[in-house]
Design a protein around this ligand. Structure first.
Ligand code: FE2
Length: 218
C-alpha cells in the first residue's frame, strides 16, 4: 500500500515541527494561580484517567470531549481499547467540542489561537505515585496530530520527573511546549496533584504556522 498525498502532507508537516527540536518552548504561558481559581467549581468533575488501570492514581479533566461534557467517556479512557470493546473508531481528532471551563476559563485565554485546531485535550493530575510508564503516543505513518504540553502545578524537580529518550528533561512550569511524543517517554509524581495540560493539535499548515509564529526563540 503506498502513501496517500494526505499521508505525505501530514508527514512533512510533522517533520517541519520536529526539525525545530523534539521539544521546545513557545511564547505562550498559563497562570497556575488563575487556573487554580477556575478549577474550584469543577473539583468533582475530575475522572479517573484510563479506568482500565484503576491502580494508578491518575485523574483527568476534559478540556474537549465528544459532547462538551466532563464524563471522560471515552476521551479519558484508552481510546484504542474503547474502540475494540465498542466497535467504534475514535481517534485524537474525534474530541473537538470544548468544555465550558476551556471555552470560558480565564486561565486558557492564551490558548485561544489554537482552539480551531484542537482534538482531544485535557488536564491530567498525577497523585503521589501516579505515573505513565515508558510509551510512545500515536506512532503511525501519516500521524494526524501533534502534542503541546504544559506543566502547571506541583511539577517541580523535587516532586515530579519527566523521562524522555534516555534522559530526564526539565520543563518550566506554566510554559507551553511542543513535545514530540513519538519519542519514548515516561512521567511520575512523588507528591500530590502534579497537574499538566495536554493538547492534541490537528496537523495543518495553519496549526504548524501558529507554532512557528509562537516560538520562544525565533
Ligand atoms: Fe505520552
Amino acid at each position: 500500500v503506498s502513501l496517500t498525498p494526505k499521508d505525505i502532507e501530514y508527514e512533512i508537516l510533522y517533520r517541519a515541527l520536529t526539525n525545530m527540536g523534539n521539544f521546545f518552548a513557545l511564547n505562550i504561558s498559563l497562570d497556575p494561580m488563575v487556573l487554580e481559581q477556575n478549577l474550584v467549581p469543577l473539583a468533582h468533575e475530575w475522572k479517573h484517567y484510563n479506568p482500565r488501570k484503576p491502580h494508578i492514581p491518575r485523574q483527568g479533566l476534559s478540556l474537549t470531549s465528544l459532547d462538551g461534557g466532563y464524563s471522560g467517556i471515552p476521551d479519558l479512557d484508552s481510546i484504542r481499547e474503547y474502540n475494540i470493546d465498542n466497535g467504534t473508531n475514535y481517534d485524537e481528532c474525534s474530541f473537538r467540542t470544548p468544555t465550558e471551563i476551556f471555552e470560558r476559563g480565564e486561565a486558557f485565554k492564551s490558548l485561544r489561537p489554537f482552539f480551531p485546531h484542537l482534538g482531544r485535550s485535557h488536564l491530567i493530575r498525577l497523585n503521589q505515585g501516579g505515573y505513565f510508564p515508558f510509551h510512545r503516543d500515536n506512532v503511525e505513518v501519516g500521524i494526524k496530530t501533534f502534542r503541546l504540553i504544559a506543566l502547571l502545578k506541583n511539577c517541580g524537580a523535587g516532586q515530579f520527573c519527566f523521562l524522555y529518550d534516555n534522559g530526564r528533561i526539565f520543563l518550566e512550569q506554566g510554559i507551553l511546549y511542543f513535545l514530540n511524543t513519538n519519542i519514548e517517554h515516561a512521567l511520575m509524581s512523588f507528591g500530590p496533584e502534579a497537574t499538566l495540560l495536554v493538547l492534541n493539535v490537528i496537523l495543518s499548515k495553519d496549526s504548524v504556522r501558529l507554532v512557528m509564529d509562537s516560538l520562544k526563540a525565533k
